[in-house]
Design a protein around this ligand. Structure first.
Ligand SMILES: NC(=O)c1ccc[n+]([C@@H]2O[C@H](COP(=O)([O-])OP(=O)(O)OC[C@H]3O[C@@H](n4cnc5c(N)ncnc54)[C@H](OP(=O)(O)O)[C@@H]3O)[C@@H](O)[C@H]2O)c1
Length: 249
């Protein structure tokens, strides 16, 4: 019997699970448990890590998982790498549902860096007002450049601000170009630091930066081992149909 595991925490995963629920396809949605109140889902949800490759392999076997869709964020490299190994180990077909990376327009002023460490290094120099839009996980790394004023945008209220000169806005998005332009003007932003997450919800800051002529330090995606990548829900349904799942339509 079909029994899907969806590795989630993204809008893509949410859209997929809604379609699966509408079509009556059995699946479980997995959250890492990083945010305080994860969005409710129309299918069963589990929360928390599996315990590395070994734990995930065991989970796949114990729960008789027939297919895995890795719809995690493009920067969730550990989870995605573990999924490739565990699915190979357990003999379970795997596909990734991932949004295409953003590409610079002619008018964009992007400087590409390979990872968070390279972004921190690229920030050496005189004080600037920086919109640090990289999520919560690696903020402490930027304490190595304490001369800057950092504007943070976070999903949950932080317990403590991790940088000496910073302010935090708590907001879950999606954001608009007009809203982000107003935000950047209000805070006198001179540089945006962004991961190349892709998708529509988070690109407003890049559109706003382009409109204002503000430069962007763009952190490129981590490189993952070879896997099948699809970019929308329809392609995943086609893949499932070709993998023997009865979609009932
Ligand atoms: N990284 C980002 O920029 C970003 C942005 C937006 C949303 N997210 C979402 O936030 C979550 C964590 O991202 P991350 O970058 O911290 O991941 P990560 O560094 O690749 O993963 C670290 C560990 O967290 C656990 N984990 C991650 N995603 C999981 C999931 N969907 N279900 C169960 N366990 C999961 C796994 O623990 P075990 O080894 O114990 O299994 C994994 O080894 C993911 O769901 C991702 O989609 C990440």
């Amino acid at each position: 019997m079909t029994n899907l595991l969806i590795l989630g925490g993204t809008t893509e995963a949410n859209a997929l699970v809604k379609t699966l629920a509408d079509q009556g396809i059995p699946a479980t949605y997995s959250y890492a448990g990083r945010v305080d109140n994860p969005r409710p889902q129309p299918l069963p949800v589990r929360v928390g890590g599996f315990g590395g490759v070994e734990g995930l392999t065991r989970y796949l076997t114990d729960h008789a998982i027939t297919h895995v869709v890795d719809a995690t964020h493009p920067f969730a490299a550990q989870m995605s790498t573990n999924a490739i190994s565990a699915c190979r180990e357990a003999g379970v077909p795997l596909v990734a549902l991932t949004r295409p990376a953003w590409r610079a327009h002619d008018e964009d002023r992007w400087q590409h860096v390979s990872d968070i460490g390279a972004a921190v290094t690229a920030l050496s120099g005189p004080k600037r007002r920086v919109f640090l839009a990289v999520g919560r996980l690696h903020l402490e790394d930027f304490a190595a450049q304490p001369q800057h004023h950092f504007l943070l945008r976070l999903v949950d209220e932080p317990d403590a601000l991790p940088l000496p000169d910073c302010e935090a806005i708590v907001s879950r998005g999606p954001f608009t170009e007009a809203g982000d332009r107003a935000l950047m003007l209000q805070h006198g932003i001179e540089l945006v630091v962004s991961k190349n997450s892709g998708g529509n919800g988070a690109r407003a800051k890049l559109d706003a930066a382009r409109a204002l002529g503000v430069p962007v330090l763009m952190i490129d995606r981590p490189t993952l081992p070879q896997r099948t990548e699809l970019s929308n829900v329809t392609q995943v349904l086609d893949w499932l149909a070709h993998s023997g799942v009865n979609l009932g339509v």
